[in-house]
Write a protein that binds this ligand. Structure first.
Ligand code: BG6
Ligand code: MG
Length: 216
C-alpha cells in the first residue's frame, strides 16, 4: 500500500469515448485513398499520436506519401475529427468518470489529465469538466509519445507530487507502459488480456472507488 496523492487520467477511452470519432475520421481518409482497415487494426491506434497513426494506416494500405503530403492528410483527418467533437455534450462522459473525479477531489487527492491528444481542451470544454483537473498535460506539451512517460511525469511535476505517489488511469497498452516506465501505479480500463502490465484492470471508472485506490 502506497500513499497515493494524485490521480492522472488519460482522456480518450477513459473519460470520454472519442475513439469512435478517431476511427470514423481515419476510416474516411483511408477510404478516400482507396483502401480500408479493420476494427482490430484500429485497436493499435489507441494512445498513438496523430502522425504515428497516419503512418501505421498508410502502411496497412501499402501507400507511400511525402512528408508534406502526410501533413496535409493528418490535417484533413483532424478537420473531420474536430467537426465531430464540436458536437459533443456532457452526456458523452463515460459512466462513473464524473463521480470518480469528484470523489478524488473531495478526498483532497490531486487530479491531472495526461493525454496524447492536441484536441483535449476542446473536448473537456465541450463536456464541461476542465475545472475538475488541477493540471492538464496533453499532446501540445510533450515531445516524446507514450510509452515514454513524459506526459505523466510532467503532470506529477506540475502537481508537486512524486511519481510513486501517482496512479494513472489508461485504456491503451502504450499508456499503461508509459505509467509503469514513469514509476507510477497503473489502472487499466479494458481487458486483463490486453492490459497485462496494469496493477489493476477494470472495465470503466464506474468500477473504481477510493477504497480500491488505497489498496493499490
Ligand atoms: C490519443 C488517442 O488520446 O490521442 C489517439 O487515443 C489519437 O487515437 C491521439 O491519435 C492524438 O489525438 P489528436 O486529437 O491530437 O489527433
Ligand atoms: Mg486512451
Amino acid at each position: 500500500m502506497t500513499d497515493i496523492k494524485a490521480c492522472i487520467f488519460d482522456l480518450d477511452g477513459v473519460i470520454v469515448d472519442t475513439a469512435v470519432y478517431h476511427y470514423k475520421a481515419w476510416k474516411r481518409l483511408a477510404n478516400e485513398l482507396g483502401f480500408d482497415f479493420t476494427e482490430e487494426q484500429n485497436e493499435h491506434l489507441k494512445g498513438v499520436s496523430r502522425v504515428r497513426s497516419l503512418q501505421l494506416i498508410l502502411g496497412w494500405g501499402g501507400v507511400t506519401k511525402t512528408e508534406a503530403e502526410q501533413e496535409e492528410l493528418a490535417t484533413r483527418k483532424n478537420t473531420w475529427y474536430v467537426e465531430m467533437i464540436n458536437q459533443m455534450t456532457p452526456a458523452e462522459i463515460l459512466p462513473g468518470a464524473l463521480e470518480f473525479l469528484e470523489a478524488c477531489r473531495a478526498d483532497s487527492l490531486k487530479t491531472a489529465l495526461g493525454s496524447a491528444s492536441k484536441n483535449s481542451m476542446t473536448i473537456l470544454n465541450k463536456v464541461g469538466i476542465a475545472q475538475l483537473f488541477d493540471t492538464i498535460v496533453d499532446g501540445n506539451h510533450v515531445s516524446a509519445p507514450k510509452p515514454d512517460p513524459e506526459v505523466f511525469l510532467k503532470g506529477a511535476e506540475a502537481l508537486g507530487v512524486s511519481p510513486t505517489e501517482c496512479v494513472v488511469f489508461e485504456d491503451a497498452i502504450a499508456g499503461v507502459q508509459a505509467a509503469k516506465n514513469g514509476g507510477m501505479k497503473a489502472v487499466g480500463i479494458g481487458s486483463v488480456q490486453t492490459l497485462t502490465q496494469a496493477d489493476l484492470v477494470i472495465s470503466g471508472l464506474n468500477e473504481m472507488s477510493l477504497a480500491k485506490l488505497k489498496e493499490l
